[in-house]
Design a binder for this molecule. Structure first.
Ligand code: URA
Length: 237
């Protein structure tokens, strides 16, 4: 159960709790077909049908947004100086409580999940979850084929930290590859290549779990992840 004004404000970015009160007073809000004159009544968000000006709301407890992050934007909820990923969310997907689940560096592009589902984010980011994340990498120097086994055995990065086994697939152009890692150490991909005396020139995350970044999503674009696809974010296969 939930208060009607809270329900409206959580589901419709254009409605605040105070405007919900006004809409109810004007008779524009119906619950199961009957006008709701007061916005402080309790409704069953899972079962009741709530409409505003005849438009019914499809209840979504949480939203999951796939963003194709461009360079120059940071993964934070707020920043005084630099544009954040939150500023790229289109108005129709905005709601309270959204945050980026995980970070990409300012100069990294690609898949960032933005959600208000703290439990999913925790599961996705927990070091124990080992959710695979795949990156497209362009390097300063071509890779030797031997790099594949070095990465799959678990490479040691600066400071002596050993990484979990990672899958490296070298492209036809040997200065490009796909790398799948199952953890999220600080600047991990860049540090892994530094450990084999190479340098990342361009980095883009192309998948999280079994969910791939939509190829048609332009840089800076967002789309809502369908609920049937949400579990793919946690898949370890
Ligand atoms: N590894 C990095 O070095 N940077 C990122 O943004 C993500 C992974």
């Amino acid at each position: 159960m939930m208060r009607l004004d809270r329900f409206l404000a959580s589901q419709r970015p254009d409605i605040s709790r105070s405007s919900a009160r006004e809409l109810c007073r004007k008779g524009l809000v119906t619950v199961n077909g009957a006008p709701a004159k007061r916005s402080d009544i309790q409704i069953n968000e899972e079962q009741d049908t709530v409409c505003v000006s005849g438009k019914c709301i499809i209840y979504r407890k949480y939203v999951y947004i796939m963003l194709n992050k461009p360079r120059g934007v940071i993964c934070a909820t707020k920043d005084r100086l630099t544009e954040t990923v939150m500023e790229l969310i289109p108005p129709e997907l905005r709601r309270d409580g959204l945050f980026p689940a995980g970070r990409l560096d300012k100069d990294t592009e690609g898949f960032v999940l933005i959600t208000d589902d703290g439990e999913l984010a925790h599961k996705m980011l927990s070091p124990k979850s080992h959710v695979p994340k795949t990156y497209f990498v362009r390097l300063e120097k071509p890779l030797e084929p031997s790099a594949v086994s070095l990465f799959s055995e678990g490479i040691t990065i600066d400071g002596g930290e050993k990484c979990l086994p990672a899958q490296l697939s070298i492209s036809d152009n040997p200065a490009e590859c796909l790398l799948t890692i199952r953890e999220g150490k600080f600047h991990q991909v860049k540090r892994m290549f530094l450990a084999i005396d190479n340098k990342v020139l361009y980095l883009k995350r192309i998948s999280i779990g079994k969910l791939a970044l939509d190829e048609n999503l332009p840089l800076g674009g967002c789309l809502e992840v369908l609920h049937k696809d949400v579990d793919k974010l946690l898949s370890r296969k």
